[in-house]
Design a protein around this ligand. Structure first.
Ligand code: ADP
Length: 357
């Protein structure tokens, strides 16, 4: 019974406009888990009625099943990421802080000339931390995090894409402050091609309308759209303009790679010296954060491979520690996933359209 489901899961509309504080991050979900948003009598008293009455005003008239799908599959209350979990990217982080986190925490302060844009584009090579930034924004600003990839809009949500976009934004406004994170945003907003089908065109139009509308925020309601893309050059003018802030999320520097490697290694026993870690950081030029994770995962298998079949009969403590040698071996087969030519495209696009931080 959908009504009952909604009944259980809907957070009652906020009383008053106090939206200034941290509302408990992603725990603030439809399932009544938000500490500050316990169901009120209003919800409880209505438990027998199956009509629209119990549906918050902002969500009336929308497809309830779709709302449920959104809450189950798009509202992301998973892993919590803080800015400290993200290695390097200091420029991007400080810009995001000023532009997004503070205004979300203190919306009343950021009005007029200080009004913040509602669209942020994170672009750069894959595996560099764009998704992590999206999650950290939501977590640190206490916003509800909605996460969807463009490709699932056209595949998984087939035929419902346009309606989904509209419903998603309505739910986001209702649950504000909210961050709507759209991965691979280029594939939704790509420059119009001859073979573009009607459904994709409608999704795109609806998304642009909603993106404009996200700015017409009512008091205390803030929906930030964060688009992530590895192919910013595919965005057309109309889409690009909507993302007023466009931040380059580059590959990690040598220093950042060192931080990443140290973090990765902290999870297992290893015997790498500082000098060896520094050498690896130098020799992994061009590796993304995700590439380094793949490399470290492979190196971590080194001790197991070394023992072969007999690894199965030793205790975990007896397994040799991960060593420099294991990394060197893994480096022979694992190389960076991003080509230099691709990097040039990002740098050029950043020079032309990027927000300087
Ligand atoms: P994308 O830029 O493609 O969105 P993600 O943010 O999903 O990349 O990063 C993929 C994985 O790579 C992360 O889960 C994390 O393990 C690792 N990673 C990439 N960049 C960083 C970073 N700057 N700091 C910490 N981990 C990172």
């Amino acid at each position: 019974n959908i009504s009952e489901g909604l009944q259980r899961k809907f957070r009652p509309p906020k009383l008053g406009g106090n939206n200034g504080g941290n509302n408990g991050g992603n725990s603030n979900n439809f399932n009544g888990g938000g500490q500050t948003n316990k169901p009120t009598n209003r919800t409880a008293n209505n438990s027998n009625s199956g009509n629209d009455e119990e549906v918050p005003e902002e969500l009336r008239g929308l497809d309830k099943e779709l709302i449920e799908k959104i809450e189950n599959e798009i509202v992301d209350s998973g892993e919590r990421v803080t800015f400290d979990d993200i290695a390097g990217l200091d420029n991007a982080k400080s810009t995001v802080y000023e532009m997004v986190v503070w205004p979300m925490l203190r919306p009343e302060m950021f009005t007029g000339l200080r009004a913040v844009p509602n669209g942020l584009l994170l672009f750069g090579p894959p595996g560099t931390g764009k998704t992590l930034i999206g999650k950290a924004i939501a977590h640190e600003s206490g916003a509800t995090f909605f996460s969807i990839s463009s490709s699932s809009l056209t595949s998984k949500w087939i035929g419902e894409g346009e309606k989904l976009v509209r419903t998603l934004f309505a739910v986001a406004r209702y649950r504000s402050p909210a961050v709507v994170f759209i991965d691979e945003v280029d594939s939704m907003l790509t420059a119009r091609k001859a073979d573009e089908n009607e459904a994709s065109r409608r999704i795109k139009t609806e998304f642009l309308v909603q993106l404009d509308g996200a700015g017409n925020r009512k008091e205390g309601s803030h929906v930030l759209v964060v688009g992530a893309t590895n192919r910013p050059q595919e965005l057309d003018d109309a889409a690009r303009r909507r993302f007023v802030k466009r931040l380059y999320v580059p590959l990690p520097t040598e220093k950042d790679r060192e931080t990443l490697l140290r973090n990765l290694l902290s999870k297992n026993r290893h015997v790498l010296t500082d000098k060896e870690i520094a050498k690896l950081s130098k020799d992994t030029e061009g590796f993304s954060g995700a590439d380094l994770k793949i490399l470290s995962t492979d190196a971590a298998m080194g001790p197991v491979r070394q023992l072969g079949q007999s690894a199965m009969s030793v205790s975990a403590d007896e397994l040799p520690a991960i060593s420099y040698k294991h990394f060197r071996r893994s480096l022979k087969s694992i190389s960076p996933s991003v080509a230099q030519a691709d990097l040039d495209v990002y740098v050029e696009w950043n020079n032309t359209y990027g927000t300087k931080s």
